[in-house]
Design a protein around this ligand. Structure first.
Ligand code: TRP
Length: 446
């Protein structure tokens, strides 16, 4: 690999791909269950504050660093000359994205199984006896979860092997508009269900008493990181293929607003239905796989709506998996001069092997409990609530303090004066301090 670097075809193509990275299982499966467990409206508010104060400045920082670094996640941290320790910081993103992909692909596999089952009808006939039993039976097997996980990894590998323009950008151009259409359609449909109003209130009328719960803050912050997709150098990597002409603040605003809009729309597709059918929003990670199919079964045209919903989940998962896969792939291509398909194969297989314990964590490995959950829950909680925020701090401190502030602001296309000053102070002080406070508070150190 030498000479000309790959590039997005246009600014719009780049923004679409970054929104594709942000919007994923996190907006639909994870947002609905975490918001459901944490009381809805008040959670949404704290989540939005985390997105604005912590998430948005980091998105801008990742984009600026990535475009200036002109390479991969690892190289980006080496380019602005800094202390030796910092030269290794990029590896956090490489290792972290592989870790997240390992269990993300398992859940994406569940979605694919439900989508295929929904489209072929099996989900509405044989499974109709009870989705609790159906889901438990499915995830407690060995071969099935692994096969579906492998299928999703295979699809993501295929896209990434196609390269930046022909694979990643092309897939996003097809899947993202479809996704937007689906989610708006489902939310509109859910609004027509009798009793839907309770779902709207759940999401928009805060029950302030839940603010007393410590877990709410760490859950909201973890969700903000996960859903935006910051901390693992995904935007650093995507921005390395970005042209000088594309404006960073505007792109960051599109990412943040697009991601938030998607989460809210997914909530408006899910909660009205949950309440209309008298279900509990607090079902946890199983919400999308046990509670929702039950609802679809009872709804008019539920088989079509249900298949669309799981299709939505699969499409959203693909564009996010692709972004996570590109981080290590770009690093291997750039640092070890591997060919794209060699890098993709290597990373894809690693992700699959590392994901096996998560895939089997409800069956063969059910006995393995860490804290109050199984392996998959543990990896998900640790990665989102601790690994991502800590990686986020390192990006804040690196771009805010190690990299010269003026240069960083210029690299981020921020005008000197208020915008640059505000951004730098959010990065240098506000975001890291808030992250630390929430982490300490939740671990009981403070
Ligand atoms: N944001 C994606 C989602 O909501 C997942 C994701 C993509 C991600 N890239 C990431 C999460 C980087 C953490 C870090 O599903």
């Amino acid at each position: 690999m030498s000479g000309q670097r790959e590039q997005w075809t246009s600014g719009a193509g780049f923004v679409l791909a970054t929104i594709g990275a942000a919007v994923g299982l996190g907006n639909i499966w994870r947002f609905s269950y975490v918001a459901g467990e944490n009381g809805g409206g008040a959670f949404l508010l704290v989540y939005a504050i985390c997105v604005v104060l912590i998430g948005a400045p980091i998105v801008i920082a990742e984009l600026a660093l990535g475009r200036s670094g002109g390479g991969d996640a690892v190289t980006a941290f080496e380019t602005p000359a800094g202390p030796a320790l910092w030269r290794r910081a990029g590896w956090i993103g490489v290792a972290g994205s592989v870790a997240i992909l390992s269990y993300y692909s398992v859940i994406a596999g569940w979605a694919l199984k439900y989508f295929v089952g929904g489209a072929t009808g099996a989900l509405w006939t044989t499974a109709a006896a009870g989705y609790g039993a159906y889901f438990t039976d499915f995830i407690s097997q060995v071969g099935e979860p692994l096969a579906w996980q492998l299928a999703m990894i295979g699809i993501a590998m295929f896209v990434v092997a196609g390269g930046v323009q022909g694979g990643i950008e092309a897939a996003n151009k097809i899947l993202m508009p479809l996704l937007a259409l689906f989610v708006v359609g489902l939310a509109a449909y859910a609004a027509t269900l009798p009793g839907a109003g309770a779902g709207w209130s759940f999401l928009f009328v805060p029950d302030w008493s839940v603010l007393a719960r410590k877990e709410l803050y760490i859950a909201a912050m973890g969700q903000a990181f996960f859903s935006l997709g910051v901390g693992m150098a995904v935007f650093v990597t995507y921005a390395s293929y970005m042209s000088r002409e594309t404006r960073i603040p505007r792109s960051a605003a599109a990412i943040v607003c697009g991601d938030m809009a998607f989460a809210i729309l997914a909530g408006l597709a899910i909660f009205p239905a949950v309440f209309a059918f008298g279900m509990s929003p607090e079902a946890g990670p199983k919400l999308a796989f046990i509670t929702l199919p039950q609802i679809f079964l009872q709804m008019p045209a539920g088989n079509v709506m249900g298949s669309l919903f799981f299709g939505l989940l699969v499409a959203a998962a693909i564009t996010s998996m692709v972004s996570l896969l590109e981080v290590p792939v770009a690093t291997l291509i750039h640092r070890l001069r591997l060919r794209r398909w060699t890098a993709v194969t290597l990373v894809g297989l690693t992700v699959f092997v590392l994901g096996v314990p998560s895939a089997l964590s409800y069956g063969l490995l059910e006995e393995v409990r860490i804290g109050d959950g199984g392996i998959l829950d543990f990896v998900d909680q640790t990665a989102s609530n601790y690994l991502l925020p800590l990686a986020g701090i390192s990006i804040c401190l690196f771009v805010g303090w190690v990299w010269d502030g003026r240069r960083a602001a210029a690299a981020a296309d921020l005008a000197q004066g208020l915008p640059a000053t505000l951004w730098l102070w959010l990065l240098k002080v506000v975001a890291p301090a808030t992250i630390l406070l929430i982490l300490f508070d939740s671990t009981g150190v403070l």
